[in-house]
Design a protein around this ligand. Structure first.
Ligand code: ADP
Length: 178
C-alpha cells in the first residue's frame, strides 16, 4: 500500500527490514543500545560488529526513550542504521504515545540531517515492548504524515511489517488517516 503526501510517499511493505536497500533503516533499540532480540538482533547479525562498535564509541551513555541516534550500516544494504528507542507499553497512561511519536520524529530528523531520501521503519515497540499494534500503527503513521507535511522530506517513508497482522493494522490505520 502506498499513499502520496504532497510529493512524498508513505509506503507499507511486509517483510524483513534488514533486506531493505534504502538510505537508512531504523532499529528498535533499547536505551542502553546494548543489543537484544527481535529486529535489533537481526540488524546486528546482518550488519556485523562494526555497527555495535560505532554505537559503543559514539553513544557510550545510550539513548533516552523517545529519541534516536544514528550509526553506519556495516554490511547491511542500508547506508545507515538509526537506533530508535520506543517506550515499553504499560497501559497507556505513562506518556507512551508521546514517547513513541518522539522516537519516530527524531529518526526522521536524523534521516533528513544525513540527506537520506528513503527511510524504512519497523513497528517500533510492538514486539518485546508490547505496545498494542493498532495503537502503535496510528502513532507511527500520524507522526510520519505530520513530519512530511511540515518538512517535505524525506522522499520515501516505508514501514516494513514483519507479519500479516502488523501489515493489516498499519493498512487500516493508513486508510483511516488519509
Ligand atoms: P521492541 O522491543 O521495540 O518491541 P522488537 O524487535 O521486539 O522491538 O519488535 C518490534 C517489531 O519488529 C515487532 O512487530 C516484530 O514483529 C518486528 N520484527 C522483528 N524482526 C523483524 C525484521 N527482521 N524486520 C521487520 N520487523 C521485524
Amino acid at each position: 500500500m502506498r499513499v502520496q503526501i504532497g510529493n512524498q510517499t508513505v509506503e507499507l511493505h511486509q517483510g524483513d527490514i534488514t533486506l531493505e536497500g534504502v538510505d537508512a533503516i531504523v532499529n528498535a533499540a533499547n536505551s542502553r543500545l546494548a543489543g537484544g532480540g527481535g529486529v535489533d538482533g537481526a540488524i546486528h547479525r546482518r550488519g556485523g560488529p562494526a555497527v555495535m562498535a560505532e554505537t559503543d564509541a559514539k553513544y557510550p551513555d545510550g539513548c533516552p526513550t523517545g529519541s534516536a541516534v544514528i550509526s553506519i550500516g556495516g554490511n547491511l544494504p542500508a547506508r545507515y542504521v538509526i537506533h530508535a528507542v520506543g517506550p515499553v507499553w504499560s497501559g497507556g497512561g505513562r506518556g507512551e504515545a508521546e514517547l513513541l511519536a518522539g522516537a519516530y520524529r527524531r529518526s526522521l530528523e536524523l534521516a533528513v540531517e544525513h540527506d537520506c531520501r528513503a527511510i524504512a521503519f519497523p513497528a517500533l515497540s510492538t514486539g518485546a515492548y508490547r505496545y498494542p499494534m493498532d495503537r502503535a500503527a496510528r502513532v507511527a503513521l500520524s507522526t510520519a504524515i505530520d513530519f512530511l507535511k511540515k518538512n517535505r522530506k524525506p522522499e520515501l517513508v516505508r514501514f516494513v511489517l514483519f507479519d500479516a497482522g502488523a501489515y493489516g493494522a498499519f493498512a487500516a490505520a493508513l486508510e483511516e488517516l488519509t
